[in-house]
Design a protein around this ligand. Structure first.
Ligand SMILES: C[S@@+](CC[C@H](N)C(=O)[O-])C[C@H]1O[C@@H](n2cnc3c(N)ncnc32)[C@H](O)[C@@H]1O
Length: 303
């Protein structure tokens, strides 16, 4: 069966990078922070921060700068963190974004001086020795479609190895199992959209070997890997961000569906995909939103 995971990242190219801006903006606006408040950064020495699956690491877009306040730039987590640390005038910080592919990386010349981006598989085994015990914080966000066969254990083990004693691991996730169509009011139908979502989920699960059962268990998985859990919660996206979340999710689902239809692995409905997609479109134009729960889990490595 076609590996939609690789196919998705590569073939979606610039459109995926654009969608990541939206996703990054959404997380920052929803939470209001990059690091959960339970994380207390050490006040002296060199601070080292890592972000797995950093994506485009993109810095700024002139047309957006003119229309949004400074704090609302859609910046990648690693860049946003670099800005926050600079604002807080914290001690010397080095931020490293890791991703399995460099296709979305901006030119190093366009990155802040304390940010570097490198190619690394978050599931690599063994972890390169130079990364062991070096980081104060390791961060992961939106790996729903990256974790294979429902098993994030290797990634968590790597993150724990990368941390210094007392370091923090923060994982922000979207629970695909909670993917749902929400009508703006009971009189508006969301049935076609829900069927489209269910079909996409079944197809993505089977074509990409995905199993989302690990997502609600992140807290206990952290504990099994020797982390003290400081935060473990889920929330609905705020109403005002339902629309950007809908747009971001539809971009992913539409693209995955196109590949699945092309490769003959679209399953879960007797309807023609085009028909289902168009009917959902009509409902979405009537105000139906597509959302998933947003989760945050923070663990601390014992000293
Ligand atoms: C959905 S994007 C999330 C990007 C970013 N974390 C964010 O919050 O916007 C998933 C990212 O993980 C990367 N990725 C996929 N498999 C990976 C792996 N095994 N190790 C590291 N990164 C991976 C992809 O290239 C992509 O940039």
């Amino acid at each position: 069966m076609t590996d939609l995971r690789t196919n998705y990242i590569i073939s979606h190219g610039y459109a995926e990078s654009g969608r990541l801006h939206l996703q990054q903006w959404l997380w920052k606006m929803q939470m209001g922070w990059d690091l959960h408040p339970s994380i207390k950064l050490p006040e002296d020495g060199e601070l080292r921060i890592a972000d797995h699956g950093c994506g485009n690491g993109c810095d700024w877009q002139p047309h957006i700068c003119f229309t949004l306040a400074n704090s609302e730039f859609p910046r990648a987590w690693i860049i946003s963190m670099a800005g926050e640390l600079e604002d807080a005038q914290l001690q010397r910080a080095v931020l490293t974004g890791f991703d399995i592919s460099a296709v979305h990386f901006p030119a190093p010349e366009n990155l802040p001086g304390n940010v570097n981006l490198k190619v690394l598989d978050a599931f690599v085994d063994p972890l390169p020795e130079e990364l062991v015990g070096k980081f104060d914080v390791v961060h992961v966000r939106v790996f729903t479609a990256v974790v294979k066969n429902g098993n994030p254990a290797q990634l968590i083990a790597n993150a724990v190895k990368m941390l210094k004693p007392g370091g923090y691991f923060q994982w922000d996730e979207m629970d695909s199992e909670s993917l749902k169509a929400i009508p703006p009011q009971p009189s508006v139908s969301a049935a076609e959209t829900q069927e489209m979502l269910d079909t996409s989920l079944v197809s993505a699960r089977s074509a990409m070997s995905l199993d989302y059962s690990w997502i609600p268990r992140l807290g206990s998985l952290f504990e099994q890997h020797g982390l003290d859990v400081l935060a473990d919660f889920r929330m609905d996206v705020k109403k005002e961000f339902r629309k950007p979340m809908t747009d971001s999710l539809l971009m992913v689902l539409g693209h995955i569906a196109k590949i699945a239809v092309r490769d003959g692995c679209m399953v879960g409905t007797d309807k023609n995909w085009e028909e289902l997609w168009n009917n959902s479109g009509a409902e979405i134009e009537n105000g139906v939103s597509v959302t998933t729960d947003m989760l945050v889990c923070v663990g601390r490595k014992r000293s």
